[in-house]
Design a protein around this ligand. Structure first.
Ligand SMILES: Cc1ncc(COP(=O)(O)O)c(C=O)c1O
Length: 408
């Protein structure tokens, strides 16, 4: 289905939603597709286990952490849930006081939904820190939210929609002085940003293979030594007892291969995509009513993301026009259930215009960028209507208070 969809699309500019598998990942997946059970003691089982452990080493090397810290999951969603729920449940076990969790309004639903679920049940006190207008989170504001009962802070490395990059290293260092662990969702960051777990001092991190050229359905929770985490599910006790279930040998091997390939290509890809997104932005923002959203400073922007605000554009007309010219892009977050509702990130940042996220990836060529410029000039000139009140009223969601504190 997905393959057919891809073939039907002439120009794929939705790499933040998912990016095609790299050859190394395809090879690893097919090599281990009929692997034995990696927990079995016979020779075939041991060979399969060796493949899982090799993948674990590959991930650890790429992220600069210990293989012991690497727990394979079914993707970024499970990795985030494991860190957030697992840490907060462990904190609840340790103390009679209700533990406090700090996160931000621009997190992916994989963090915000479990955080709110825990708060709704009275398992945690929750503080949700709002972002600045560029989608970045202020380190001082996060630190100001920390209390004696704070058991975890979860701030994403880079935002999936705006591509805004947070200063996670400074935050982790400040939190370490307060003895508070930091979890970071690095799902969107790893393709183009250097991520060094040991140097940054984060306690937990989430990765998803399909955002970096691996298959869908596999990811990693980095859970560093000393961080107490309760499992989400109970069973055979695989992966330190934190993540039970038969090892997904082929998926894990493909994840390891993808991370290695992505990290080897990263500096080159970052240069290439920075140049490409800047070129596209320069061209498209000459159209009246089109502006680039997100941070102004390049160092705080993902090279892969170009988020545009379209004044007066009707989202339905935009979608139809993109379909007509054969461009696959996103007018919000494509990671949810596909509903055309207000994007929480756009709502949290308070953007008044209709959003269009163009995200480039490792398969994007110079020719794609030139063609995207031509086609988007046509589409945007047609749908953008400066002066007309933006049809982005569909985006208006619940107000995000200046410092939202939720839960008991
Ligand atoms: C920032 C972020 N976190 C988490 C996820 C969820 O990852 P997965 O699709 O592997 O569950 C996504 C997916 O889009 C994401 O962009």
């Amino acid at each position: 289905m997905a393959r057919r969809y891809r073939r039907a699309v002439m120009l794929y500019l939705d790499h933040a939603a998912t990016t095609p598998p790299r050859p190394e990942a395809r090879a690893a997946l097919s090599a281990w597709l009929d692997a034995a059970n990696a927990s079995a003691t016979h020779v075939s089982g041991q060979r399969a286990r060796a493949a899982v452990e090799q993948a674990r080493e590959q991930v650890a090397t790429a992220l600069c952490c210990s293989p012991h810290d690497v727990v394979f999951t079914s993707g970024g969603t499970e990795a985030d849930n494991l860190a957030v729920k697992g840490c907060m449940w462990a904190a609840r076990e340790r103390s009679r006081a209700v533990p406090h969790l700090v996160t931000t309004a621009v997190e992916h639903a994989a963090v915000l939904a479990p955080a709110r679920w825990l708060a709704d049940r009275g398992d945690v006190d929750l503080t949700v820190v709002p972002p600045g207008a560029d989608g970045r989170v202020d380190v001082e504001e996060v630190l100001a939210a920390v209390r004696p009962q704070t058991a975890l802070v979860s701030v994403m490395t880079a935002n999936n929609e705006l591509g805004a990059v947070n200063d996670v290293a400074t935050l982790a260092a400040e939190l370490a002085e307060r003895d508070v662990p930091l979890h970071t969702d690095a799902v969107q960051a790893i393709a183009t940003l250097d991520v060094d777990v040991a140097a940054s001092g984060v306690a937990a991190l989430a990765l998803s293979a399909h955002k970096i050229g691996g298959p869908q359905g596999v990811g990693v929770a980095v859970l560093r030594r000393g961080l107490a985490v309760e499992p989400l599910s109970h069973g055979g006790g695989q992966d330190r007892g934190v993540r039970s279930g038969t090892f997904a040998v082929g998926l894990d091997a493909a994840c390891g291969a993808a991370v290695t390939a992505a990290v080897a290509d990263r500096a080159h890809l970052r240069r290439r995509l920075t140049e490409a997104t800047d070129r596209l932005a320069a061209r498209l923002t000459t159209i009246e009513g089109v502006r680039r959203n997100g941070p102004d400073v390049a160092a705080w922007r993902l090279a892969s993301h170009l988020h545009l605000g379209l004044e007066g554009a009707d989202p339905a007309a935009l979608t139809l026009a993109l379909d007509r010219v054969g461009i696959a892009a996103s007018s919000g977050s494509a990671c949810g259930a596909g509903a055309a509702t207000a994007s929480p990130v756009v709502t949290a940042v308070g953007l008044p215009t209709t959003p269009l996220r163009l995200s480039l990836g490792w398969t994007t060529t110079d020719d794609d960028v030139a063609r995207a410029g031509d086609l988007l000039e046509e589409v945007l000139s047609e749908v953008v209507a400066p002066g007309r009140r933006s049809a982005a009223s569909w985006l208006v969601g619940p107000d995000v208070p200046a410092a939202a504190s939720e839960g008991a």
